[in-house]
Ligand binder design. Sequence first.
Ligand SMILES: NC(=O)c1ccc[n+]([C@@H]2O[C@H](COP(=O)([O-])OP(=O)(O)OC[C@H]3O[C@@H](n4cnc5c(N)ncnc54)[C@H](O)[C@@H]3O)[C@@H](O)[C@H]2O)c1
Ligand SMILES: O=C(O)C[C@H](O)C(=O)O
Ligand SMILES: [Mg+2]
Length: 576
Amino acid sequence: MRQVGFNLDTTSRDAVLQISARGRLVLVHPMANRGTAFTLGEREQLGLSGLLPSRVTTIEEQLRRTYAQYSRSPSPLAKFIQLTQLRDRNEVLFYRLLSEHLEEMLPIIYTPTIGEAIERFSHEYTGARAVFLSIDHPELVEQSLRDFELDADDVDLVVVTDSEGILGIGDQGIGGVQIALGKLGVYTAAAGIHPRRAIPIVLDVGTDNLGLLNSDLYLGERHARVRGERYDEFIDLFVQTVTRLFPNAMLHWEDFGAGNAHRILNRYTDEICTFNDDIQGTAAVVLAAVLAAVRLTGMPLAEHRVMIYGAGTAGVGVADLIREAFRRAGVSDDDAYRQFWAFNSRGLIVEDGKGVRDFQRPYARKRADVADWTVVDPARISLAEAVREVKPTILIGTSAQHGAFSEDVVRAMAEHCEQPIIMPLSNPTSRAEAQPSDLLEWTDGQALIATGSPFGTIRHGEIYHTIAQANNALIFPGLGLGVSVVRAERVTAEMIYAAADALAGLMNEYRPGASLLPSMSDLRVVAATIAKAVAETAEAQGLARRPMTNAIADIYQRMWKPEYPRLEILPPDSQN
Ligand SMILES: NC(=O)c1ccc[n+]([C@@H]2O[C@H](COP(=O)([O-])OP(=O)(O)OC[C@H]3O[C@@H](n4cnc5c(N)ncnc54)[C@H](O)[C@@H]3O)[C@@H](O)[C@H]2O)c1
Ligand SMILES: O=C(O)C[C@H](O)C(=O)O
Ligand SMILES: [Mg+2]
């Protein structure tokens, strides 16, 4: 990080921060500012003596104060805003507070509260340290990226969204910038990616959200979403520019619409170092949860029948990776496809159905497969009807349809399956296909559950069930860290599988009611473990541009810790 007045080596855990700036400039730089923790000597040298209250405090005192402020904030959104303001004022303190209360604060800075912050972005706007790129100004793309003041070697990660498919709340226009910021917050909190080695970006291509278009306060381009050739050209311009300026960065795509996510990933995956979180991150975390659950059922994976309710960006990513696990278990590709039943908004996807997208097509069932089913409308076969016919053992929800896993669906599933594996993965909480407490109720406590948003622990009978949060936050931080440690040239299917496998390998608790996945409070351990597996896989595939000397040491050395860096105060006139 090199800005006029400040210089910080962001590659090492114990870097020195050089400051030649003076006075207010120091206090408004979130990475340099440490507020009341500046010592009297530092204050004098930096020209801050009159700008701070006289008492010097430790970071522990600052943590006590900011945690009390957090606790007093009256609503989740107020807590989000309080933490955002802290992040914009004193980044070290923000990450330290977050890391000490990770499980408590994750639902605030990330899913589910972030959904509300995204919807309210233009109303609550207080600035956002991100890059905004508009399709109406392609000529500004390069300059805008340069304006973020990072050099080629300074960037490990770029998180970009076009906001069309934000969580399960759809098109949120420019507000989607918050999901890019939220994901980066998790990268740092979980994997220690240095907060100054990443760029959050929103591509403003317009919005089809009429509420936003009609709001006086809306801050994005005020027109319908641009699609087709002009959209593709803009994406291409963006990809070419960002990879030229930041050749070592992994490009992370977040919350694109169903019509673009798979298409864009397929277009670039063999050309650059890139990853789609909703497709690949989700797939890896869900596979890990499925493998843990399958082990508990005692029934071999190859015999399971899988329903994907909501075969969109995430759903098909999940299906593809579970299918890979079938293949690794010795099942032929043809046979594996026959174990999957996928749904879109028109019901079960059948080969002659309407509106089937290219990436869904491999999962379309043959008409003959369903010819003798008892259904009301063969052109629109419902989940309940399909469940009765297929008797699935695994039900995955990525449809954003609240309550879609209804009592009759779940009871019908449980009738033929002792321990049904049911995963309502849609976010935020208001979109979940089912409430875990209901699932336990309807299956007599037998369901093996994972959800996308946090649900915590639920008592059913004598047993406390810890509901696994199968959120891609368990995957992307470690993946990004592993990729950056070896500067992988690509993100391959093998690396994604290795991430899932490493996560599954962390599960060793088998008491009744135990979670299928590690807890979000263990994110740092999870991320480091996944990073190692990913980096080693990249090396084995010959994709490491920076060989490791010792995997553990290399990963540990790159994991930034939220502590005030050592200061070196340079003369005010020296240029750095
Ligand atoms: N847990 C996680 O880590 C995670 C990761 C990614 C996405 N998700 C969640 O999954 C949901 C979907 O996200 P996405 O990015 O895949 O969106 P998407 O728009 O790409 O996919 C949604 C799919 O659901 C289908 N659908 C809509 N209505 C339906 C209905 N009534 N019945 C059956 N199918 C229906 C659509 O046809 C589409 O294929 C969101 O709520 C998102 O938050 C969770
Ligand atoms: O953002 C999340 O919480 C997970 C996932 O990427 C989603 O889109 O829901
Ligand atoms: Mg997402």
